[in-house]
Structures are given as structure tokens and as C-alpha cells.
Design a protein around this ligand. Structure first.
Ligand code: NAG
Ligand code: NAG
Ligand code: NAG
Ligand code: NAG
Ligand code: NAG
Ligand code: NAG
Ligand code: NAG
Ligand code: NAG
Ligand code: NAG
Length: 499
């Protein structure tokens, strides 16, 4: 179907019409192809919180609420936090800077009780390495000890330090190098192993239980290669390597179509880690690689209209799925009440009631794309297109479903009708029909009216309330294919049915 378009939008119109007229074939082998990912962790789309924000999530006094299909692996980080065993308050903060992050944080023992509100949820806890006072190690050990006493067997790892590539000239002298970092990191890991984890009563491994690096930029000579060359894993303490990534800041060029709704850019933000992952695995095949702190924007100011909207839900879908396809093992999506990309705000903020925000839908969608089968693998399908992407998802080596994302930006204020893209989806011959669920919203810039498979979520009476009615379309297979139409700015999961 061609749309009749106003002349003023000629360029955009040609583009949309061009995409709409042409049928796109989505196909993948029935059996797991080479190059598909390793099995995906069901907690792939997890969360991370700065300690300053965690309090709103952990505290028994606030009615916080969050959502995952499976327990998320959730790190808490606080390279600014100092533990004070005699502090009665849970947390004492200095004044917040503009981006909502205070510079000084002091934690009392009560803070750690909050972990007990989430039994069965694996946590990574960050121990302070930035602290340059003479008792830094002693303080870190006390912090690790109290954290372990509340997280117990749910501790996935201790992470030591935060973005040490930013330490030189800040919390360390200007000539601080990767070798200096590695030396301190190993000393901290040794001490925590010997004095906190050794002989623990929770059955936790006491040696290989640390998350390393957490670099954010390739600044100051910091790189994965250099850290391994300098021996970060020489003692075998490294369980996982984390990098931090923010796709951008709040630069003028940050938009939806040109940035967050551009598959080419999303892919290039992630393929840059392939060499690092190969290097890590050559060093030790058991060390995993993850983005331990990630989201769309490292500035966190004035970007809600781009980040807190439906177009960014689709960014998140593509970002997560592409990351799975590359064997990145987990994305810990950073959350905070004041952040433009936050999936939800658990407390009242700026006069607004607690609520679910658009990006959460991307995370729920990704959880359902993974599903519940124990062995799920993902293959990205290549179209050489900025504005669409698709993935084949395998269960026990057999094609189980497709994810298709139409990243063509359309708003309810766009002055031409919403274009639709036709797909021809290949289906193995034993499937006679497929089930389609759609992630839809009124447009890329909308922050309300979003639904996934007919369902919507919001804060209701202190919990995550669900509204709507489950909607699944059953499409018949004809000559081995299914005809699927996806409107601009929409995503779907096409589930094969074995009947
Ligand atoms: C992911 O791992 C699988 C299985 O080891 C491998 O075949 C594939 O090439 C890897 N993908 C990337 C991007 O390295
Ligand atoms: C720790 O907290 C106690 C009680 O509030 C306070 O008196 C003390 O100064 C704090 N210690 C540090 C190092 O801030
Ligand atoms: C220690 O950290 C403080 C900031 O927290 C910084 O002002 C000071 O220069 C640092 N000291 C060294 C030796 O880097
Ligand atoms: C997407 O990003 C690529 C790479 O920077 C760029 O060439 C292309 O123009 C962008 N596409 C859109 C639709 O903005
Ligand atoms: C992500 O891609 C954008 C567009 O190319 C680029 O400007 C940005 O630096 C990339 N971010 C990262 C962390 O690679
Ligand atoms: C990786 O883990 C497996 C299973 O625990 C173990 O047998 C193997 O020795 C480990 N490999 C290395 C290089 O540590
Ligand atoms: C951007 O955010 C800051 C901090 O919240 C605020 O002071 C400023 O007015 C905002 N600027 C615009 C243009 O909205
Ligand atoms: C959608 O709306 C945003 C914000 O008003 C605007 O910047 C963008 O150009 C619009 N996109 C389209 C395709 O109309
Ligand atoms: C979610 O609930 C909040 C608080 O009641 C409300 O302001 C917001 O409009 C609701 N959002 C949606 C999408 O209905």
C-alpha cells in the first residue's frame, strides 16, 4: 500500500514509500547455523544501580517495584561510597550535582538490610577502589563483609572499583597507569578472598568471584589488552570482565532516527568489543564479558523527550538483541529516578507520581524474546539497513521464533500516514501457523499508550500493575512463508507453532 503524502515532506516521504513498497524476506535456517550466539543467560537484561539510587529500590520504606521474567543479576556500585560501621542512617549523601548524582556517599550497616527484600536475586556488589585514604583497603574489607552478610549465597561477584580509566588526575595522580590499577586490583581481590570469602558459609567460590575492569573509555592507555598483559587475571581471580557503555551523551545530534533508532549505529556500538572478548577467552575461556553498566546517555540531563519515549524502547530491544547475538553475556541497564532513560521511577519525583516509563517495555520484550527454554541462542539477520533489524532465536538448536523491529521513525505529529513495511517470513515446513505479538505505541515520541502483546504496565497501589488483554494474532503459513506487516516504529515476536 502506498501512502498519499504531502509535498512538504517529500524527502521523508520517498524514504518511507521506498521501504513500504518492497517486501523484505526474513529467513533463517531451521537448525542452529554457525555464528549463532552461545546460550543466552535468562537474566541477560538486568539492572544496575548507583548506591545513591539503590536506596529507593532497596528500602523497605518505599514502595518500589520492578520487573523481570527471571531474577535479574543486579550490581550495586558505589566507588564514591565509604562504609561507616557506626553510622545510624542507612545512607548519608552530599548535595546532588545537576545530574542527580551526589559526590559523597556514606553507608551505614542498615543500608545492606535492603538486599534481604530480594531473596533469590543474584547481586554483584561493587567495593570502593577509588578511595585514596590510608585505610582504604580496611574500609573496603569491612564493606565487603557487611555486604556478604546480607547478600549471602546470592552474591554473583564482588566488583572492585568503578571506571579506573577516569582515576588519573582525579582520585589518583596523573601518571596512574593500567599497571598501577592492576596491582591494586589484585591486592584487593587477594584480601577479599582471604579475609571475607574464605570459609564462607554460603557455598560461594572464594577465589574466582571478582568482576574486573569496568573501563568506560579507551582513555589514558586503559584497555582490555593492556590489563590482561599487565596481569589482571594472573592470580585467576577474574570471574567476569565488565565494560561500561553509554551510546551517547546529550549532544545536539542525539535524536531517534539518526541515533537511537539506527541499527547500523547500534551494531557499531557493540561490535567494538569482539576483539576484547576474543582476547579474554584466549587468556581464560571461563571469564565472561558483559556491559556491567550501560544505557543510552552518560549525561542524564534534559533528554527525556528522546530517551523516555517509545522510540527508545525499540532502541533497547535492538541493543539487547544485538548484544546477545555477539556473545556479550549480560547488560546491566543502569537505573535512577532522575535519568532520562530510566525504565521506571519507584518514588515520587519532581511532582510526578511513581510510574513505569517507556524503556521498560524494551526490557520486558527482550525477556520474552529469550523466553523460558533453558538453551536459547540468537543469530542476527543482516539486511544492510539502518531502519530495520531481525533476529532468529533457537531453542535446543531449533528455530523457535523471530524478532523483527521496524525502526523507521514515525510520530503521531508526523504529517503523513504511518507507513507499513511488508515482510515475508520463512517458516520451516512442519509449522502450519505462527503466533505474532506486537510491541506498539502511538509513535516514536510517545511516552504513554505503549503495549506489548496487548498488555501495559504501570505503578498501581505500590506494585507493578498490569492492564489490557493479552493479544496474539495467529497467522497461517502459506508455501513456507507468513506475510507480516509492521508499521513504522513497531516490533514483533513471531513464534513458530509446531502444528
Ligand atoms: C559466539 O559464540 C559462538 C559459539 O562459540 C561462535 O560460533 C560465534 O562466532 C561467536 N560470535 C561472535 C560474534 O564472536
Ligand atoms: C561515622 O559515623 C559516626 C556516627 O554518625 C560519625 O560520628 C563519624 O564521624 C563517622 N565517621 C566518618 C569517618 O565519617
Ligand atoms: C585523593 O582523592 C582526592 C579526591 O577524592 C583528590 O583531591 C586527591 O588529589 C587524591 N590524592 C591523590 C594522591 O591522588
Ligand atoms: C545511520 O547511521 C549511519 C552511520 O553513521 C549513517 O550513515 C546513516 O545515515 C544513519 N541513518 C539514518 C536514517 O539516520
Ligand atoms: C555509538 O555510536 C555513536 C554513533 O556512531 C557514536 O557517536 C558513539 O561514540 C558510539 N558510542 C560508543 C560508546 O561506542
Ligand atoms: C574452566 O572451568 C572448568 C569447569 O569448572 C574447569 O574444568 C577448567 O579447568 C576451567 N578452565 C580454566 C582455564 O580455568
Ligand atoms: C536541563 O536540566 C537542568 C538540570 O535539571 C535544568 O537546570 C535546566 O533548566 C535544563 N535545561 C533545559 C533547557 O531544559
Ligand atoms: C518526531 O517528533 C520529534 C519531536 O517532535 C521530531 O524531532 C522528529 O523529527 C519527528 N519525526 C518524524 C519522522 O516526524
Ligand atoms: C502511570 O501512572 C502514573 C501515576 O499514576 C501516571 O501519571 C501515568 O500517566 C501513567 N502512565 C500511563 C502510561 O498510563
Amino acid at each position: 500500500m502506498l501512502n498519499i503524502l504531502p509535498g512538504a515532506l517529500f524527502l521523508a516521504a520517498c524514504y518511507s514509500r521506498g521501504t513500504a513498497a518492497h517486501k523484505i524476506n526474513v529467513k533463517a535456517p531451521e537448525h542452529l547455523p554457525t555464528g549463532a550466539s552461545e546460550p543466552v543467560d535468562h537474566a541477560f537484561a538486568s539492572f544496575s544501580w548507583p548506591e545513591t539510587k539503590a536506596i529507593q529500590i532497596l528500602s523497605p520504606k518505599t514502595s518500589s517495584t520492578f520487573y523481570t521474567r527471571r531474577p535479574a543479576r543486579t550490581p550495586i556500585f558505589g566507588d564514591r561510597a565509604i562504609y561507616n560501621a557506626s553510622q545510624a542512617e542507612s545512607i548519608v549523601l552530599s548535595t546532588e550535582s545537576d545530574n542527580g548524582i551526589p559526590l559523597e556517599v556514606s553507608l551505614g550497616p542498615v543500608f545492606f538490610e535492603g538486599f534481604e527484600n530480594f531473596p533469590g536475586t543474584p547481586w554483584t556488589f561493587q567495593v570502593n577502589l577509588a578511595n585514596n585514604k590510608s585505610n582504604a583497603l580496611e574500609n573496603a574489607l569491612a564493606e565487603a563483609k557487611v555486604a556478604l552478610s546480607h547478600i549471602r549465597g546470592d552474591l554473583y561477584a564482588f566488583e572492585i572499583g568503578n571506571e579506573p580509566d577516569l582515576y588519573p588526575g582525579d582520585v589518583r595522580p596523573l601518571d596512574y597507569t593500567v599497571a598501577d590499577y592492576v596491582k591494586q586490583w589484585r591486592a584487593f581481590a587477594d584480601a577479599i578472598s582471604n579475609e571475607v570469602l574464605h570459609g564462607n558459609q554460603y557455598g560461594l567460590e572464594d577465589w574466582k568471584l571478582f568482576q574486573a575492569l569496568t573501563f568506560i573509555f579507551y582513555f589514558n592507555g586503559f584497555s582490555t589488552a593492556k590489563a590482561f598483559e599487565d596481569g589482571v587475571n594472573a592470580d585467576g581471580h577474574v570471574k567476569s570482565v565488565s565494560w561500561h557503555q553509554y551510546a551517547s551523551g546529550n549532544q545536539d545530534w542525539v535524536r531517534l532516527q539518526e541515533s537511537f533508532m539506527n541499527h547500523t549505529l547500534i551494531a557499531s556500538n557493540l561490535t567494538q568489543y569482539i576483539d576484547d572478548m576474543e582476547l579474554i577467552h584466549a587468556n581464560d575461556p571461563n571469564v565472561t564479558f558483559l556491559l556491567g553498566e550501560t544505557n543510552s546517555d552518560y549525561v542524564n540531563l534534559n533528554m527525556s523527550q528522546v530517551e523516555g519515549v517509545f522510540g527508545s524502547s525499540l532502541w533497547l530491544v535492538d541493543y539487547l538483541l544485538y548484544g546477545m547475538s555477539l556473545n556479550i553475556t549480560r547488560f546491566n541497564l543502569i537505573q535512577g529516578t532522575t535519568f532520562g532513560y530510566a525504565g521506571w521511577t519507584p518514588v515520587e519525583h519532581n511532582g510526578l507520581a511513581p510510574q513505569v516509563r517507556a524503556p521498560l517495555y524494551g526490557q520486558i520484550f527482550a525477556a520474552d524474546a529469550i523466553g523460558r527454554h533453558p538453551t536459547v541462542q540468537v543469530k542476527a539477520l543482516e539486511f544492510q539497513r539502518d531502519d530495520l533489524s531481525a533476529y532468529a532465536i533457537y531453542e535446543a538448536g531449533m528455530l523457535a521464533r523471530y524478532v523483527v523491529v521496524n525502526l523507521d521513525e514515525w510520530n503521531s505529529t508526523t504529517s503523513y500516514p504511518r507507513p507499513s513495511q511488508k515482510f515475508e517470513v520463512d517458516v520451516p515446513h512442519h509449522s502450519k501457523s505462527v503466533e505474532v505479538r506486537r510491541l506498539v505505541g502511538p509513535g516514536a515520541s510517545a511516552d504513554t499508550g505503549i503495549s506489548w502483546g496487548g498488555l501495559s504496565w504501570n505503578y498501581t497501589d505500590g506494585r507493578l500493575g498490569r492492564t489490557g488483554k493479552r493479544q496474539v494474532e495467529v497467522l497461517r503459513v502459506s508455501k513456507g512463508t507468513v506475510a507480516l506487516d509492521l508499521d513504522s516504529t513497531e516490533a514483533a515476536i513471531v513464534e513458530l507453532r509446531h502444528m
